[in-house]
Design a binder for this molecule. Structure first.
Ligand code: ADP
Ligand code: MG
Length: 276
């Protein structure tokens, strides 16, 4: 494992006495390194700052306040070295669900896929006080609407408009209106894929990356999205056709299978703008 090719990042890492072997993972937001057994340091990419971390942490505290069936991120401290922001967080138990999935087979593997979708569905039961609108909870320039379908339309429209010209012909209203409307707004993570959950064998131990994409909306979208992300080799290369079958059976039992294709189309528009 090499340090990322970024001089300022290297300076921060050595100031924190972090070495390359401590790398736990990275994503669209940060490089994450172990700080002993009990903490991690998240080195944020350019453009992320302390204010954003605090807003996200306040959201996580709110979600945790009613009890949670798995661990959620916990910020211990926030700092800045040479213009680069970092957060010290509690180290959570488990390995990336994606890596755990790759290491299992047979019944245990099927079980982990089911628990992955269970966990995605449980996200919608976390405590979220009424907001009076549907849409983005902590985004910088949030897309919000009086109705869920209004949010879905506007989000798809904004993303497609800012994406490559070849996608401008797609009608965002059609994408949104193929999904059901929601009556009670609930917490929706929107990026609860196998790289943003931790697991120990067949148990989901934590859900990460809460905030950047999170919305107040229809909680059915998270298990649908988890199945969509399993079905996409670019997102979950380790997933097999059997894993997808298990996920589709889960959706069928939950009465959600008819929304899989519409969810996949809307999510494609949603992600057309940003990288993970
Ligand atoms: N608190 C934590 N405890 C243990 N591992 C973590 C923790 N936070 C992140 N990681 C590891 O780092 C990876 C990237 O973290 P994540 O929060 O998803 O960052 P990003 O926002 O960049 O995607 C995760 O997939 C996980 O392997
Ligand atoms: Mg992530």
């Amino acid at each position: 494992v090499e340090f990322p090719d970024d001089e300022r990042l290297r300076v921060v890492l050595s100031a924190l006495r972090v070495s390359p072997e401590d790398l736990l993972g990275h994503g669209g937001e940060a490089w994450v390194y172990a700080l002993g057994d009990r903490h991690v340091v998240r080195l944020l990419h350019e453009g992320q700052d302390g204010v954003t971390i605090r807003l996200r942490q306040a959201l996580v505290e709110e979600l945790r306040s009613g009890g949670a069936p798995f661990d959620l991120p916990e910020v211990v401290d926030v700092g800045e070295v040479d213009g680069r922001w970092f957060a010290i967080e509690r180290r959570l138990m488990g390995v990336r669900l994606m890596d755990q999935l790759a290491a299992l087979e047979g019944h245990e593997r099927d079980l982990l896929v089911e628990r992955h979708l269970d966990a995605a569905a449980l996200l919608g039961t976390l405590h979220l006080s009424p907001r009076g609108w549907y849409g983005e909870l902590v985004a910088g320039d949030p897309v919000r609407s009086a109705t869920w379908l209004g949010y879905l339309r506007e989000r798809a429209a904004v993303s497609l408009r800012q994406s490559t010209p070849s996608l401008h012909a797609i009608n965002p209203t059609e994408l949104a209106d193929a999904l059901p409307d929601a009556t009670i707004p609930a917490f929706v993570h929107l990026d609860a894929f196998a790289g943003n959950m931790l697991a120990t064998r067949t148990a989901v131990t934590a859900v990460l990356d809460i905030g950047p994409t999170s919305v107040s909306g229809d909680s059915r979208l998270d298990p649908l999205a988890a199945a969509v992300y399993l079905s996409a080799p670019q997102i979950t290369p380790v997933a097999t056709s059997r894993d997808l079958d298990v996920a589709m059976s889960w959706l069928r039992s939950a009465g959600l299978v008819e929304w899989f294709a519409p969810a996949k189309c809307w999510l494609a528009a949603f992600w057309s703008l940003r990288g993970r």
